[in-house]
Design a protein around this ligand. Structure first.
Ligand code: BDR
Ligand code: CA
Length: 318
């Protein structure tokens, strides 16, 4: 059985990704580690605990990590996910509690215990992972692979014209993660839109299913759906973290991946959080960027129909 750690800033799309893994029979979730991002750390932790309780499937230990990015103040996404990150519907009343211990230490402990076996799904800012790398880079090189929901992929940013939220919150941490010698698969924001997003009919199916997890998934994303209506004048629910989880759980839904050299910009305010991806195509100036070895693989195409069918089936499963 594959072993995974989920590192999350648990907002409403993270909750769906957690449910997918917790309900899956093909992975064992060894730990959920939390990070400040979509919402402050304490709220993210409560959201992860509540999601687990609603799911009533796997019950891994939950550990808190960093409250703040490495060098900057926290930027949240409460305008997108709600003040509580879960649609502000008073859904969050967990009775279970987080464990003692810092996320970065727990990550290191699990990687030591299962060298070259532990896979990670990073669906928030990379701060906890960077802290673990800074503490013990040798151990972290024994992580089998990190599936990272991060970067704008080959499209525009969702946070600034060039930056995606998870990288924008802590670009220095993302830079550390990409250059630590750990295999990384990137699921950028570009592949999470369009047909990858749930449409109104799919949302109604979840809401009317009579199944607790499916209803919770629809309800907690209420604010995100409203945000999309305001911003795009269209009713849809993009679930970037669920797409990242799908890449780990269901490799056959990933139709195309490209080996890329990824460069994280963190020096200028205007480009902070941008990730430049060079997919190896011939460049007029080969020196510098063109000459660098790939350090990531980037998912560029999904079988969206298959992915959403599996997602819906999993969420509606009692
Ligand atoms: C990412 O940022 C957050 O808003 C989501 O949870 C996701 O991890 C998308 O840019
Ligand atoms: Ca997230």
């Amino acid at each position: 059985m594959r072993r995974i750690i989920i590192d999350t800033d648990c907002g409403s799309d993270d909750a769906v990704a957690l449910m997918m893994a917790l309900k899956s029979e093909s992975v064992k979730v060894e730990a959920i580690t939390t990070i400040g991002g979509n919402v402050p750390l304490q709220i993210a932790t409560g959201n992860a605990l509540m999601t687990m309780e609603i799911c009533a499937a796997q019950m891994p230990p939950v550990y808190r990590g960093a409250e703040k990015p490495l060098f900057r103040e926290l930027v949240t996404a409460v305008n997108v996910h709600g003040d509580d990150g879960m649609g502000d519907l008073d859904l969050i009343h967990p009775t279970i509690r987080a464990q003692e211990g810092h996320a970065a230490d727990i990550i290191l402990r699990l990687v030591e215990k299962y060298p070259d076996e532990m896979e990670m799904v990073a669906i928030g800012p990379a701060t906890n992972i960077a802290l673990a790398i800074m503490k013990d880079p040798t151990t972290m090189r024994k992580v089998k692979r990190i599936y990272s929901m991060g970067t704008a992929g080959f499209g525009p940013g969702n946070c600034t014209p060039v930056s995606e939220f998870n990288v924008y919150v802590d670009a220095e941490a993302y830079h550390i993660m990409l250059n630590a010698g750990i295999p990384v698969t990137i699921i950028g924001f570009d592949v999470c839109l369009g047909e990858a997003a749930l449409n109104r009919q799919e949302l109604d199916t979840l809401s009317n299913s009579g199944v607790r997890t499916a209803e919770f998934a629809a309800k907690c994303n209420r604010r995100l759906v409203e945000y999309n209506l305001e911003a795009n004048r269209a009713c849809f629910l993009d679930l970037p973290d669920a797409v990242a989880m799908a890449a780990l759980l269901w490799p056959d839904v990933v139709l195309e991946k490209k080996s890329c050299c990824a460069h994280v910009c963190f020096k200028e305010p205007e480009t902070y959080g941008q990730v430049i991806l060079n997919d190896g195509r011939k460049l007029a100036i080969q020196e510098g960027f063109g000459g660098k070895e790939p350090n990531v693989e980037v998912c560029t195409k999904f079988d969206n129909k298959k992915m959403k069918e599996r997602l819906m089936t999993l969420l509606i499963k009692e």
